[in-house]
Design a protein around this ligand. Sequence first.
Ligand SMILES: Cc1cc2nc3c(=O)[nH]c(=O)nc-3n(C[C@H](O)[C@H](O)[C@H](O)COP(=O)(O)OP(=O)(O)OC[C@H]3O[C@@H](n4cnc5c(N)ncnc54)[C@H](O)[C@@H]3O)c2cc1C
Length: 502
Amino acid sequence: MARIAVIGAGMGAMAAAARLAVAGHRVAVYERTRTYGGAVRRFERDGFRFDTGPGVLTLPAVYRDLFVKTGREPLEDCVDLVQVDPSSRHVFADGTEAALPNASRAGAVAALDEALGSGAGQRWGDFLVRAREAWDRTRRPLLEEPLWPDWEVLAEREPYPAVPHRRLLRTRRAGTLAEVGGRELRDARLTALLESHALAHGLDPRTAPASAAVLPYMEHAFGTWYVRGGLRELARAVHERCVARRVEFHFGAEVTGIVEKDGRAAGVELADGRVAEADHVVAGVAPGALEGLVRGAAVRGDGDVPAQRRAASRLTVLLALRGGRDEGAAHRTVVHAQDRDAELEALFGTAPGPAARPTVTVLRPDDASLVPDRGHEAVTLTAAVPAQAGPAQTEALRLHAENLITVAERALPGLRDRLLWHEVRTPADVREATGAEGGAIPAPALAAAGGRLLHPSNTTRTAGLFTVGGWSHPGGGLPHAGMSGALVAGLIVEGPDFRGSQ
Ligand SMILES: Cc1cc2nc3c(=O)[nH]c(=O)nc-3n(C[C@H](O)[C@H](O)[C@H](O)COP(=O)(O)OP(=O)(O)OC[C@H]3O[C@@H](n4cnc5c(N)ncnc54)[C@H](O)[C@@H]3O)c2cc1C
């Protein structure tokens, strides 16, 4: 039995902790805040409840596997997991609307043909077939296996297939997601649909590789899910599973350093001066935080993927509304920006800032536990914003929340008249919850783009020190961070020859 110290109680770290405890190790989690879940938090007031982190779950198989491997009760017995149908409704710049059924390619094709004109659905359907190829080529290395030592192969090879080009009489390979939209979808609304998947992860579709096609593919193939009571319930269930497996949690326990002995990680130092000795240390924190813990020593070996330094954040506006939720309202509506180029330039240009009229995701869960009674509704708005958490930027974003409400009115007419109060969550709140600089939120790892969107491996230069969660392989988002927990547990239990989760 080894002693394992886990830094942070984020979803990736807890997933690793539960698996390691089941493997017979003594696991202690040290979390600087007073609660578990990291980004997966909840805000409650006056009988209203809101998720302040993710609002939907994709690839629930990752958490199903975690529950199967760590106990007798499956995930479905621990949380009320429901499919979101339609998966998403889209309000495009020209006012056209389309609702895409959950996990049905044929259904999406029919819905898009009807909403956007015949041929549009087929083009989207054909795109999904190609996106599946990219998924099939990268699923193992970018989700289920430890980062390959020769990761350069993933960095250089674009897995999204080339498309035959009639006039040129040869195939042509898109370099970016924007090129996939322009050449293969050939409709500004379909392109907006495609690009919104990148934007939701804070990625610029003009520079994101074509391999980002796996993001919409994952939703279409495996569905979009919600956990009743809010996604925070998933964090609650994972925490309970850890406790049931005798993982020890120390809250309000900030780790200030990683102890090293003879070139091996040997424990953690805590802010109150205590030292917890351990045989392995698993760090589930952002790269800046980790560098602070090793006091400037290099975390990564020369051959590793460099840690990502830049990622976008989110602005979230929680709306308490009078009047009940409309029967049949979509769980998730994406209101697309009216000026796509202006939005991308504002977010990713030379002086990043929020877009004046951004793409806004409107979440309206059908969940009585989120409201004081059926005569009220809890609605959440989110938009991508740069990761900037200084006081002036935070103040500007608080005012910017009004713009999100204005945009959301296109999906929810009369919204302002129903508003009781609203609460704004800025990147500064994300930083507070996760410890990530600027409130940055990491995206899932993607192939190609020269490796710019890969994340560093779960092993480090220091023997016995592992990294888990959204900032290491295979990257951010609930499913990917959950998988990082499986990979780290595999690497510790089975050693460096571990070849991945089955
Ligand atoms: C607003 C928002 C919206 C999101 N939307 C989505 C979405 O729609 N879909 C999706 O899949 N994902 C989404 N995510 C991302 C997703 O929530 C995360 O990628 C996922 O929860 C994985 O988190 P993690 O394991 O990296 O840990 P984190 O959530 O980053 O948590 C890190 C933990 O480590 C702790 N910590 C940091 N430093 C120390 C220290 N020195 N000592 C002790 N503890 C420390 C922190 O307090 C925190 O609890 C969203 C995130 C946010 C913030």
